[in-house]
Design a protein around this ligand. Structure first.
Ligand SMILES: NC(=O)c1ccc[n+]([C@@H]2O[C@H](COP(=O)([O-])OP(=O)(O)OC[C@H]3O[C@@H](n4cnc5c(N)ncnc54)[C@H](OP(=O)(O)O)[C@@H]3O)[C@@H](O)[C@H]2O)c1
Length: 334
């Protein structure tokens, strides 16, 4: 039986779930793909563990046995793997540490499953080009709305047709804040405070409420689907901060639901992308999004219009999206 060895950089909430799912699906991989899948290395910010024969789930939980310093380039030089799962932090200004891990993996001929977003936002087109040149796959479902199929749907199911426009609800925190403002006639500050109390919004909320999270996902999706090198700083971006309870009240009276959406318009080779607050009638599927539910709308030249809605939004679902990428790698290697 062929062996497929998996290395993981970043072993937090998502990384742990990825390892658990790989272990749970070992038999499935053997039966359906004829491969034995082994986790051969994991690392965090200061320590790591490498064993070319296999690291069992029990050993993965025993963090005290991880070797100090076995991280970064030392980890990449020593680990023996066919696939890298990158699940470290996302930094949108430097792309690190994921950028170095992904670059190193591609140069070494590993397929890469990116869950972190920083490297893809900062250097997505370059990384995709390097992967093509090296004949490896760089997949990123976990970094592009996780359980909601975005890149896969747009590139596989809509292959060959011209996609005129996409619009997507990609940040659950903003949906929660908007709905709280509407249902309670609350101000932005009151709705944000409630979201923070419930642990839905971060203490430093700019990432979500100023549209950065949505913008990052738009950049990742646009780079992969439309092949355009978009810089996150060049996207038009609206924030929730300037909204007032009165504004929301008047939209409610008109039967309109506000959502913060990312959009990409493609017309005669020109691509326009951004993040804005849009209003939807009660019949529009985006009005059905609640809390963390994500949604994607696509308008095509020949296939008509589509709306996808749903998917869980948590580390388990993100790990399952990474495993979907892994299945795609196994399928295309058959
Ligand atoms: N959570 C989700 O549902 C979700 C959804 C979509 C995308 N993502 C993305 O997935 C990534 C992981 O999320 P998470 O929730 O698992 O985060 P997390 O729990 O904070 O885990 C991050 C991991 O990265 C490690 N790390 C930090 N610096 C590193 C370095 N220089 N080299 C190697 N590892 C390093 C940390 O190790 P230490 O513990 O040693 O610091 C930790 O193991 C993030 O980029 C996030 O944006 C997450």
């Amino acid at each position: 039986m062929t062996t497929v060895r998996v290395a993981m950089t970043g072993f937090g909430n998502v990384g742990n779930q990825v390892a658990e799912l790989i272990d749970r699906r070992r038999e499935h991989f053997a039966t359906h793909f004829g491969v034995e899948v082994l986790v051969t290395g994991v690392c965090g910010s200061t320590t790591g563990l490498i064993d070319p024969s296999r690291i069992s789930p029990e050993r993965l939980q025993h963090k005290a046995a991880f070797e100090p310093g076995l991280t970064g380039s030392a980890f990449m030089e020593q680990v023996n793997a066919d696939v890298l799962v990158e699940a470290g932090p996302s930094d949108y200004s430097t792309g690190q540490p994921g950028l170095d891990y992904i670059t190193s993996a591609i140069n070494r001929g590993l397929h890469v499953i990116a869950v972190s977003k920083g490297a893809l936002v900062v250097e997505g087109p370059t990384l995709l080009q390097s992967a093509r040149e090296k004949g490896v796959q760089l997949l990123m479902s976990g970094a592009s709305a996780s359980a909601l199929p975005t890149i896969d749907f747009l590139t596989y199911d809509l292959a060959g047709t011209h996609i005129k426009r996409i619009e997507a609800v990609l940040t659950g925190t903003t949906t929660f804040i908007l709905d709280t403002m509407v249902s309670r006639n609350a101000s932005f500050d009151e709705a944000l405070a409630e979201a923070q109390q419930l642990g839905i919004a971060e203490p430093e909320p700019s990432f979500d409420v100023d549209g950065w999270d949505t913008a990052a996902k738009v950049v990742i999706i646009a780079n992969a689907v439309f092949g355009v090198p978009l810089a996150i700083s060049s996207l038009a971006r609206e924030s929730l901060r300037s909204l007032t309870a009165e504004q929301l009240g008047s939209w409610k009276a008109d039967g309109l639901t506000p959502r913060l959406v990312g959009y990409v318009n493609q017309d005669e080779g020109q691509v326009e992308a951004g993040v804005g607050i849009r209003l939807y009638s009660a019949e529009h599927p985006f009005s059905l999004t609640r809390g963390s539910t994500k949604a994607l709308y696509a308008e095509t030249m020949d296939l008509g219009e589509f709306t996808l809605l749903g998917g869980a939004s948590n580390p388990r679902a993100t790990a399952a999206a990474a495993l979907k990428d892994f299945h795609h790698i196994l399928t295309s290697s058959e």
